[in-house]
Design a protein around this ligand. Structure first.
Ligand code: FMN
Length: 247
């Protein structure tokens, strides 16, 4: 179904481009906004979604909603680049739409929030995360693990809210010494939530990126393999809904 609502498109683009810019030099703000409005929302049919109105979005766009979270605040961020690439490939493969955010999108008070409602930006992104049909999560490796603020976001989620959610796990690092962070830390974390983590996890080192793009051929192939693994989970979810509706 095609949605001809340009006003909503520009509203969503503005709001998402508008994130947490305090502390960012003004010379970088425009650059960041352009990047965001181009990359955050991708759809298969020229439809731009409004993350605050999930019901409207679900009825306007056919296909799954992929939401990506990068546990980084760097600008530019290799982790965010990886998540955006995964989201873009998922939309290309399965249609639907995607939304990507990182730590900088969670508002100034995110670091001290003990409840999502304490920060409107955090609340908005968390709602989008929980409403996703499939997730892409990634963190840079910091001291051999995911970042503290990545974990803080996850700590704000009720234990039963991610059950059965398909999740692609990924990490980036300064070398390959900690490449098992995906298996040893991210996978058990999402196991706690009873998520359906995809069998293939992605780890990208510095050589996998150039000019703000993922260029590593092996990692790129691995990413395609991981994205393909959403297929069974999305099909199972669609069959499940059909059964529930038919009951
Ligand atoms: C405080 C800090 C700690 C880091 N610790 C590790 C580490 O233990 N292992 C590693 O491989 N890389 C480490 N790195 C490098 C980052 O993981 C790597 O540069 C990553 O790709 C950055 O992602 P970003 O561009 O999204 O911020 C560290 C970087 C910082 C700033």
């Amino acid at each position: 179904m095609v949605n001809n609502r340009p006003s909503q498109c520009s509203r969503a683009g503005r709001r998402l481009g508008d994130r947490h810019l305090r502390g960012v030099p003004s010379s970088r703000r425009g650059e960041r906004s352009v990047h965001r409005s181009q990359a955050v929302l991708q759809t298969s049919s020229n439809v731009v979604s409004d993350i605050e109105d999930h019901r409207l979005r679900q009825s306007a766009i056919a296909g799954p909603v992929f939401v990506g979270f990068a546990g980084s605040w760097s600008q530019p961020s290799k982790t965010r680049t990886l998540v955006e690439e995964a989201a873009s490939r998922a939309v290309k493969r399965f249609a639907g739409s995607s939304h990507v955010f990182d730590i900088g999108d969670l508002g100034d008070t995110f670091g001290v929030a003990s409840r999502p409602q304490q920060s409107p930006a955090l609340d908005r992104q968390l709602k989008a995360f929980l409403a996703a049909d499939a997730l892409i999560v990634a963190s840079p490796v910091f001291k051999g693990s995911y970042t503290g603020l990545f974990k803080h976001f996850i700590d704000l989620i009720d234990p039963d809210r991610l059950r059965n959610k398909p999740v692609l796990l990924a990490a980036t690092g300064g070398g390959h010494r900690h490449s098992l962070v995906v298996e040893h830390q991210l996978r058990p974390l999402f196991g706690f939530f009873e998520c359906r983590t995809l069998a293939t996890g992605i780890y990208a080192g510095p050589e996998d990126f150039a000019d703000g793009r993922l260029v590593g051929a092996e990692t790129s192939e691995r990413l395609d393999r991981a994205v393909e693994q959403f297929a069974d989970h999305l099909a199972a979810a669609a069959t499940g809904s059909a059964h529930r509706i038919g009951r």
